[in-house]
Design a protein around this ligand. Structure first.
Ligand SMILES: [Fe+2]
Length: 337
């Protein structure tokens, strides 16, 4: 594991100013498809493992706002990488629960983050509030909401209609072998995808990979395929999803679950693995010893700029300082900043 020198702030800002085109979002929601925007680049912020309603979540959220203000960007959307709600809601978890205000709406207010907030489900979203996954799906149906979860798995293309920049495939990684079984303490069954849902999702995932896609393809889900973090690799995903990512030349796999920030590159693989799990839950030390461009157990978030020929990822800490940056190219190559 290496820690790169801090990124020159002026250089970082210059890069951001150069392509800070103000783009209008023009969302069209169809059967699992969302399309957005006109223009040459898009700015998204990524967070995972954030839904505590606690001080660390608010600190990271403030850092996201500070960063956007300093860099003079209005993010076009947020990618929410799961564990969106930790712990049982005291008022019962429903679309009316105060948790929506305390954990989402007020922490990431629309004035700072006006764009769609595309979310996937984490293990805590199934387990801490039984049936919570249905509530999150229902909240997405409220008129005018920024909360986007049209299904447990879905796809959206970003960029101008007819000439998108990136295809994003959002998956539910709570396969029965990963999130199912019984709770260790209570002995009660834990929520997860059913076997039938997992099979349906896998077939759908393959179909999306086999269909027409934008020049860049990004897959997002909660559990890592590969990770040097506390949980380590997710063996089922290494077996089931890993070969598909490689075969179909997916450019980046975005996830959380481990409470840290990581960037992994594996020898000969087309896919960059980006873990952004520092959104608010207590950080955990990294345990893996795989060589990696970056990994640190800190709170923070990730800025993804999508350009016509580059994906630029920047991990930032809870003080909005950039800690790691790399650029991913169409041919799968990458450069560290
Ligand atoms: Fe998790």
């Amino acid at each position: 594991m290496t820690s790169p020198a801090p990124i020159d702030r002026r250089r970082a800002l210059k890069t951001l100013f150069c392509s800070s085109a103000l783009l209008s979002l023009n969302l069209r929601e169809g059967a699992g498809t969302l399309r957005a925007a006109e223009g040459d680049s898009l700015d998204l912020l990524l967070i995972g493992d954030f839904g505590t309603s606690g001080a660390d979540q608010r600190k990271v959220a403030q850092a996201m706002r500070d960063y956007c203000q300093t860099a003079q960007i209005t993010p076009h959307g947020l990618l929410l990488l799961g564990d969106n709600f930790y712990s049982a809601a005291k008022d019962g978890f429903s679309t009316e629960s105060v948790r929506w205000k305390n954990t989402f709406e007020d922490v990431y207010p629309a004035e700072a983050f006006p764009g769609p907030c595309w979310a996937v489900l984490g293990n805590h979203d199934y387990h801490d509030n039984p049936g919570g996954e249905k509530v999150q799906l229902a909240y997405a149906q409220r008129p005018g909401t920024r909360w986007k979860m049209p299904a447990k798995w879905y796809r959206f293309d970003l960029g101008p209609e007819g000439k998108p920049l990136a295809t994003v495939i959002a998956l539910d990684s709570n396969l029965p072998s990963i999130s199912g079984g019984k709770d260790k303490k209570s002995g009660k069954p834990r929520g997860s995808l059913t076997e039938a849902e997992a099979a349906e999702q896998l077939a759908w995932f393959k179909a999306q990979l086999g269909s027409q896609r934008a020049p860049f393809t990004i897959v997002m889900a909660h559990h890592p395929v590969y990770s040097n973090g506390d949980h380590g690799d997710t063996r089922t995903l290494v077996k089931e999803w890993g070969p598909l990512l490689q075969e179909h030349k997916v450019h980046a796999y975005l996830c959380g679950h481990d409470h840290d920030l990581q960037h992994l590159e594996l020898e000969g693989q087309h896919t960059s693995y980006v873990l952004s799990g520092g959104g608010g839950a207590k950080t955990r030390k990294l345990e893996g010893d795989r060589k990696m461009p970056y990994g640190k157990d800190i709170h923070g978030f990730t800025h993804l700029r999508i350009e016509r020929e580059a994906l630029v990822f920047t991990h930032l800490d809870a003080s909005a300082e950039p800690v790691h940056r790399f650029t991913k190219r169409l041919d799968g190559s990458f450069e560290l900043a």
